[in-house]
Design a protein around this ligand. Structure first.
Ligand code: AMP
Length: 113
C-alpha cells in the first residue's frame, strides 16, 4: 500500500510543523488552518478511518483523546477547544489516515458546517 500523506509526515519525508510526538501519535499544524489553533493529531498506526478501528485500537484511541486535551492546554486553550473527526469522504475526510482536528482560539459555533 502506498503511504498516505500523514504517514509521510510521520516518517519525516514531508515537512510539517510538529507540536507533539510520542510512541503512539504525532501532532502537527494544519497547513490550511480553520482557526488560530488548528492541529492534526494522528496515530502512528495507519488506521484509514475511525470506523476502521477495532477493539485492538481502544488504547490508542483513548491516548489520542487524552493527548488532544494536553495539546490544547499547551496551546493555551485547555478550557475551550473542539475535536473533530471526519469519517469518510461524504463527511469531509480527504486524507485516509485517521486524524483528530484540534481547533481553538476563536468562538466555535454549533452546529458546524
Ligand atoms: P480531512 O479533510 O478531515 O481529511 O483533513 C485533512 C486536513 O489535512 C485538512 O485540514 C488539510 O488542510 C490538512 N493538510 C493537508 N495537507 C497537509 C500538510 N501537508 N500538512 C499539514 N496539514 C495538511
Amino acid at each position: 500500500m502506498a503511504k498516505t500523506l500523514f504517514e509521510k509526515i510521520i516518517d519525516k519525508e514531508i515537512p510539517a510543523t510538529l507540536v507533539h510526538e510520542d510512541e503512539y501519535c504525532v501532532a502537527f499544524r494544519d497547513i490550511n488552518p480553520g482557526a488560530p489553533v488548528h492541529i492534526l493529531l494522528v496515530p502512528r498506526k495507519p488506521i484509514p478511518r475511525l470506523c476502521d478501528a477495532g477493539a485492538d485500537d481502544q488504547a490508542v484511541l483513548g491516548h489520542l483523546m487524552l493527548t488532544a486535551s494536553k495539546i490544547a492546554a499547551a496551546e493555551g486553550h485547555g478550557e475551550a477547544y473542539r475535536l473533530v473527526v471526519n469519517n469518510g469522504a461524504e463527511a469531509g475526510q480527504s486524507v485516509f489516515h485517521l486524524h483528530l482536528h484540534i481547533l481553538a482560539g476563536r468562538p466555535l459555533h454549533w452546529p458546524p458546517g
